[in-house]
Structures are given as structure tokens and as C-alpha cells.
Design a protein around this ligand. Structure first.
Ligand code: SAH
Ligand code: SF4
Length: 367
């Protein structure tokens, strides 16, 4: 099997080439070609010695997951569906805005954490994505967007992807090593050179992994809160039974000592009649009293048989105002790319469940 060079950060590529008698500067050259120029064909890497090019052709490949489907919506939002083998698909979304371009990246095929309102969680878990599959999403997006002029200005951006959010399919901190390696490549000036402040990991609250991330690769952090008390959060974000809110808040405070930003973003999916009452907003204010934070309110994105409904606009407005009156910065996620069903964090993909959970649920429901 040839080695996929997208699986390596610069340290890994240097070591792999070192084992083949090549000097570290060769690794840097190849790394630039791959990540900065977007070149997969070794024959095109013209400043690399012919002998090494031949060796690479024999022993290595640069292979992102295959694109099954790519689509642009009316507002410029793009979505790719990648084939990650045996009936599995993951989604990646690019959201262009005036001052930035944000790529929403997936980390796993499915998710084992079973949040009740999440279509990924409902589909079960298949496997972790490899480093090549995670960084491959950015590689495909960056280099395909680079070839296209901006829709409004007509300019060709040098680096169209300025921000990455790990908010696609999966729980990034449950695929820790591969995600950390991929984050390192995103931040590396020899590759994508993204700012730590512009790379965000979103987690449902895996407390020990939050501490490890702080030590290994402190990027911006978003925490999926969704409920202001343990009783409700136990229901809708089941990992709360293992890491309840008091522990989660303490972990957020510890993370802030390392974070590139001086706040945590709390995501809060608004579920009509479940967590969207004024009382919930007031409890939330108490809960985050000691954690510098911003709120991102996300209207629930419905999917078939979810059992939940979108919040009323009025409920969202009241909820937002209670938080704002307490001095909090609150953003409400705009719905983008609606016509291609590409709102970030609401990506469905396709999961061939390996955990057996889907079968168990069907059996339970039938009983
Ligand atoms: N597993 C991580 C990151 C992926 S989900 C996490 O849970 O944080 C990214 C965001 O989208 C999370 O806040 C998640 O709770 C939210 N989300 C999931 N399903 C949703 C839905 N149906 N409607 C709106 N937001 C949803
Ligand atoms: Fe997994 Fe995040 Fe969905 Fe929860 S919300 S099931 S952690 S992807």
C-alpha cells in the first residue's frame, strides 16, 4: 500500500522521508507542494530532484477522500459530500462572508454520543476519520475555491478558507489524536497558516479531552451546552451524565488559561417547548457566571422523525434579550445554504452504523 502523504504533519513527513535517506528540506518542499500549491502529482513538483520524485511515485500518494457531490447554493454556500467507503459519506460546508470564508469540517463518520436532537447522533457511529480524511476536506475546499473568482468581487483569493470550525459530522475530541494532528497542519505556516483564533473545535463536553487539547493544541473552543441544568442536559446531551455541568464549567475555566481567545463560545440549539423558555435563559446566566463567554443560539434544524420542532421567532427573541440584558454577547446563527441543506452543524451525511445502536433502537421501538 502506498503511503498517503496527507496523513502526515511536517514532523511525520520529515521522519518518513528521513527513513528513506532524504534531508528535512526535501520534506518541507514536498509539504509546500501538497498543502500550499494543492499539487497531488509528484511529476509536477519541479524543484524536487528527479530521483526522489520517482521514489515518491512508487511509494506514496496524495489522496483526499473522493468527492461524490459538490454543490453551490444561491447565496454562495458550498457543500461537498465525500465518499469515505462502504456506504459512508461525510459532508463539508464552505460559508463565504465579506471578511472571511469559513469551512465546516467533519471529524468522524457518525457519532457515538447520541444527542437526541442531532441527526448524526441518531445515525450511530461507524469510525474515526483519518488525518488524511480530515485535512483532505480543507485541501479539496481550499484548492478548488482558489481556482474560482469571488462571486461578487471577481477576485481570486489566495487563501479562500480563512476559518475552520470542527462542527461537521462527529465529536472531534472523541477522535483526539487525528484531530490534533490535522489541527497542527491547519495552523502550520508551511501548510495553511491559519490563526489559532480562527480555528474552532466544537465539543459536546468531553472534559478530560478538553484539558488535553489545552496542552496539545489550544485553538478556539465552542462548547455545545443546549441546556442550563443537569436534569435537562442529561436528557438531550447524554454525555452530561458522565461530565455534568459543574465539571464542564470548571473545564471551560481551565481551558481559558490556554485559549487564544478570552472567551468560550456556548452553542445552544433552541428546541421548541424543551429548552427555549425565559426561565432557561435565566438559569443559563447563573450557570456561566464565572466563565467569560459568548452565546451562539442555533434554531433547531428539523429532520424526519426527530420529535423536535423549531423554536418560534418570538421565543428566540425573548431568550436572546434576556441574555443580552445580562451583558452577554449573543449571535443567532443565520441560516445559510438552505436550498442545499447545508447549515453548519446540521450535516447529515450517510452512516453505516457499526455500533448496532440503530438496530437496537428499532427493536426497542417495535417492542
Ligand atoms: N460534536 C460536536 C460538533 C459537531 S455538531 C458538538 O456537538 O459540539 C456542531 C453543532 O451543531 C453542535 O452545537 C450541535 O449540537 C449542533 N446541532 C446538531 N444537530 C443539530 C440540529 N438538528 N439543529 C441545530 N443544531 C444542531
Ligand atoms: Fe455527536 Fe455533536 Fe451530534 Fe452530539 S451534537 S451526537 S456530540 S455530533
Amino acid at each position: 500500500m502506498p503511503q498517503n502523504l496527507l496523513d502526515f504533519d511536517l514532523v511525520g513527513l520529515t521522519a518518513w522521508l528521513g527513513e528513506r535517506g532524504e534531508k528535512p528540506f526535501r520534506a518541507r518542499q514536498a509539504y509546500h507542494w501538497i498543502h500550499q500549491a494543492g499539487v497531488a502529482d509528484f511529476a509536477q513538483m519541479t524543484d524536487i530532484a528527479k530521483g526522489l520524485r520517482g521514489k515518491l511515485q512508487n511509494e506514496a500518494i496524495v489522496q483526499a477522500p473522493a468527492v461524490n457531490y459538490a454543490h453551490v447554493s444561491a447565496d454562495g454556500t458550498r457543500k461537498w459530500l465525500f465518499d469515505v467507503g462502504v456506504g459512508n459519506g461525510i459532508e463539508t460546508v464552505f460559508i463565504p462572508e465579506d471578511d472571511r470564508g469559513t469551512l465546516c469540517v467533519s471529524s468522524q463518520v457518525g457519532c457515538a454520543l447520541e444527542c437526541t436532537f442531532c441527526s448524526t447522533g441518531r445515525q450511530g457511529f461507524n469510525r474515526n476519520l483519518t488525518v488524511a480524511e480530515i485535512i483532505g476536506q480543507l485541501w479539496v475546499a481550499q484548492h478548488s475555491l482558489k481556482r474560482e473568482p469571488n462571486r461578487t468581487t471577481g477576485e481570486i483569493a489566495d487563501r479562500p478558507v480563512s476559518n475552520v470550525v470542527m462542527m461537521g459530522m462527529g465529536e472531534p475530541l472523541a477522535n483526539f489524536e487525528n484531530v490534533v494532528t490535522a489541527l497542527g497542519i491547519m495552523l502550520d505556516d508551511h501548510a495553511y497558516g491559519l490563526s489559532r483564533r480562527r480555528v474552532t473545535v466544537s465539543t459536546s463536553g468531553l472534559v478530560p479531552a478538553m484539558d488535553r487539547l489545552a496542552g496539545r493544541c489550544p485553538v478556539a473552543l465552542a462548547v455545545s451546552l443546549h441546556a442550563p441544568n443537569d436534569a435537562l442536559r442529561d436528557q438531550i446531551v447524554p454525555i452530561n451524565r458522565k461530565y455534568p455541568l459543574a465539571e464542564l464549567m470548571a473545564a471551560c475555566r481551565r481551558y481559558l488559561a490556554h485559549a487564544p481567545r478570552d472567551f468560550i463560545t456556548f452553542e445552544y440549539v433552541m428546541l421548541a417547548g424543551v429548552n427555549d423558555a425565559p426561565e432557561h435563559a435565566r438559569q443559563l446566566i447563573e450557570l456561566v457566571r464565572d466563565v467569560p463567554c459568548k452565546f451562539n443560539l442555533i434554531p433547531f434544524n428539523p429532520f424526519p422523525d426527530s420529535g423536535y420542532e423549531k423554536p418560534r421567532a418570538e421565543a428566540m427573541r425573548v431568550f436572546r434579550e434576556i441574555l443580552q440584558d445580562a451583558g452577554h454577547v449573543v449571535t443567532t446563527r443565520k441560516t445559510r445554504g438552505d436550498d442545499i441543506d447545508a447549515a453548519c452543524g446540521q450535516l447529515a451525511g450517510r452512516v453505516a452504523d457499526k455500533s448496532g445502536r440503530v438496530m437496537k433502537r428499532i427493536q426497542k421501538e417495535a417492542a
